[in-house]
Write a protein that binds this ligand. Structure first.
Ligand code: ZN
Ligand code: ZN
Length: 351
């Protein structure tokens, strides 16, 4: 039996024969980055390799660092390891990392979802011997409704608020979730106002050719129009003076965690929309099956539950202890913090 191609080191996931790291959490010389969320794409590395679609996302976060962009499916040889990146369907530029060495193939998924959306290249299953998978929503209770239904719910909520001249404040992660929601909004209902953090990423998406409806900054909207407006902001803006200017608004939070009973109340918002950029339980299982892998290594999320389930299916399964966080909660709010205690102690969630 050959030695493991990828192991966990103090710095992060490490490809041994390739001598590079995948989404390392400490500064290294060579980092392959699966996507631009803060816990996967950290600053301080000397060389970055990421999907070409995600280069400008990384630049918007990390500034002028040394980044090489690789088209999806393009192969590079590094220390005898053939490396290629394949769509993960999570956010713009997200990728799974395929590594082939002496006939053996490993794939590290980063974060992924299997339902296609309009704002990034859809997830592509990649055959491999060993698959490293995330497990953010790795419990059977997590089963998403089709996104069209969620989008219809969001537009209906907005329209009802607009009819009462009440601003709709929709909270969701500023990179990925916000643009995905934007792409499904019915701009006929009223103006769409974006927080600066969201607007910055909108710009990157548009430059990559992703269509989004017209969006405005708050100072570009007449006060008389705010009652029919939808405001898109990151969760960290909740309760801020920036939000309070909208007066007697209705607010909502969009996250996979909203499927949990009590999560909306703990967030203190009027509505919860169950919309996640991660695979649900059936999605995780179908993605794992599609790889054909005999061995699965589970990272951040419900490691113990998913490992046990995979072992019962006759697969070789184990966990990796990583420092990846929870992009569905963003700012480690009480809802997700209490959940992580309730479901699993491992995985380094809420970093
Ligand atoms: Zn992510
Ligand atoms: Zn993650």
């Amino acid at each position: 039996m050959s030695a493991d191609m990828v192991i966990v080191r103090r710095e992060g996931l490490y490809c041994v024969p390739g001598d590079f790291y995948i989404d390392p959490w400490r500064p290294v010389e060579r980092a392959v980055i699966t996507h631009g969320h803060g816990d996967h794409a950290r600053g301080g590395h000397q060389h970055y390799l990421t999907a070409a679609e995600g280069v400008n996302v990384l630049r918007s976060r990390l500034g002028q660092v040394d980044i090489t962009g690789l088209a999806y499916g393009e192969r590079v040889l590094h220390n005898g390891v053939t490396v290629s990146l394949h769509p993960a369907g999570h956010v713009l530029g997200s990728a799974q990392v395929r590594m082939e060495y002496r006939g053996e193939v490993w794939v590290a998924s980063g974060d992924y979802k299997v339902e296609p959306d309009r704002t990034c290249t859809p997830f592509e299953p990649v055959r491999c011997d060993t698959f490293i998978t995330e497990s953010t929503f790795g419990l059977p209770i997590y089963q998403w409704r089709p996104q069209q239904e969620i989008e219809d719910d969001i537009n209906a909520w907005w329209a009802a608020n607009a009819a009462q001249q009440r601003t709709s404040v929709l909270l969701g992660y500023s990179f990925g979730k916000a643009q995905r929601m934007l792409s499904g909004l019915d701009s006929g209902i009223g103006p769409i106002v974006c927080h600066g953090a969201v607007q910055n990423l909108n710009q990157v998406y548009r430059e990559e050719g992703v269509w989004l409806p017209p969006t405005l900054m708050v100072d570009q909207v007449a006060k008389s129009e705010l009652g029919s407006a939808l405001v898109l902001a990151p969760p960290s803006a909740a309760g801020s003076p920036w939000i309070k200017r909208f007066g007697d608004y209705s607010d909502a939070f969009a996250s996979g965690w909203m499927q949990l009973r009590g999560a909306r109340r703990r967030r203190g918002v009027d509505r919860g929309f169950v919309l996640s950029d991660h695979a649900d339980w059936p999605g995780l299982l179908s993605a794992i099956t599609a790889t054909g892998a005999a061995r699965v290594i589970v990272t951040h999320g419900s490691i113990a539950v998913l490992v046990r389930w995979l072992q019962q299916q006759g697969l070789q399964a184990s966990g990796f202890d990583t420092e990846y966080g929870d992009d569905e909660a963003e700012d480690a709010a009480p809802a997700a913090a209490s959940l992580s205690l309730a479901t699993s102690a491992e995985g380094g969630r809420d970093a």
